[in-house]
Design a protein around this ligand. Structure first.
Ligand code: FES
Length: 321
């Protein structure tokens, strides 16, 4: 794991009736490392849980802003932040990591659902500042549940923001088709939200002829491993630097095998969603199980493997460690 930053909870406040914004500042009073929209941090909660949260708000600030939705089926992180976290509390966080960056574009379409607004709100602010035209469609259950609604209701000079509330009959299911225009070489789409929402965005985009390279998404939920395929239950992982090789059994991840053998692996989410453990592949055919990388990246000549969850289609996988 990379260097940890010690931060203080500077403030907590409501964002709609479902979310909490949390401002973090460096404990030593210095500015926190720079970041760009799409970046996220690992937050190490005192209850022992590590969660990834997108940075949001303007990226020039000295502190960091995150926004956490209240999840009814919380695995613990959301509940801790909503019920226990207090201003003045000290936390450890990672430096920002960005696997969802903005690309150069003539125009940008942002499609957010629920708490997926957090990275896209930061993108909207950046696009406004850089003069890149944008449109943000923000899908929520009700307007009362929307985060950053006041900030997004202001006049933008380079973009516009439309809030669609399902309870008013504007669900993504019914509205996406008209919000996603025909593809255009200079237009890029960014989407963030629940897995079902992003699957719907991709379905509509594919039906409209969009190239995968122009539709960017971020998932903070693990995907189930694909059924079937030529996956070797047991394969060998080899370190390119030393030639050391170990067997990876079906009940262990590559990362677990490496750690057991004293190899440092930068782990964070351990669910294939954060990118911390991505490692170059030197030889072999990866059975990609992460949601960090795009299909294009997973099919590229130079590939990376998520050591926390991916496996191998070939009997041996040589990695750049
Ligand atoms: S540790 Fe997060 S992708 Fe592997």
């Amino acid at each position: 794991m990379g260097d940890m930053l010690s931060v203080i909870v500077d403030g907590l406040w409501r964002q709609g009736n479902k979310s909490l914004a949390v401002r973090l500042v460096a404990e030593n009073g210095e500015a926190l490392p720079d970041w760009q929209p799409g970046a996220h941090i690992d937050v190490h909660l005192p209850c022992g849980i590590v969660r990834q949260y997108s940075l949001t708000g303007p990226c020039g600030d000295e502190g960091y802003l995150i926004c956490v939705g209240r999840e009814t089926a919380s695995r613990g992180g959301s509940r801790y932040i909503h019920e226990t976290l207090r201003p003045g509390q000290r936390l450890l966080i990672s430096s920002p990591r960005n696997v969802f960056p903005l690309h150069q574009a003539e125009r940008v379409l942002l499609l957010a659902a629920g708490i997926g607004i957090t990275p896209l709100y930061a993108m909207a602010l950046q696009l406004e500042a850089s003069g890149t035209p944008f449109t943000l469609h923000y899908y929520v259950k009700s307007r009362e549940s929307a985060a950053f609604i006041r900030e997004l209701s202001r006049l933008f000079h380079n973009g516009e923001c439309a809030v669609h509330a399902s309870c008013e009959g504007e669900s993504p299911r019914t509205h996406l088709a008209q919000d996603l225009p025909a593809p255009h070489a200079g237009l890029h789409v960014y989407t963030c939200g629940p897995a079902e929402f992003m699957a719907k965005v991709r379905e509509v985009a594919t039906a409209n002829g969009w190239a995968e390279t122009h539709v960017h998404s971020e998932a903070f939920q693990p995907v189930a491993p694909p059924a079937g395929g030529e996956t070797h239950n047991v394969f060998t992982v080899t370190l390119a630097s030393t030639g050391e090789r170990w067997s990876v059994p079906a009940d262990k991840t590559i990362a677990q095998v490496l750690l057991e053998n004293g190899v440092a692996v930068p782990l964070s989410c351990e669910m294939g969603i954060c990118g911390a453990c991505l490692t170059p592949v030197i030889d072999g055919v990866v059975d990609h199980r992460d949601t960090v990388q795009s299909e294009a990246e997973k099919g590229a000549v130079d590939q990376q493997v998520a050591l926390c969850c991916s496996r191998s289609h070939s009997g041996e996988l040589v990695i750049g460690l």
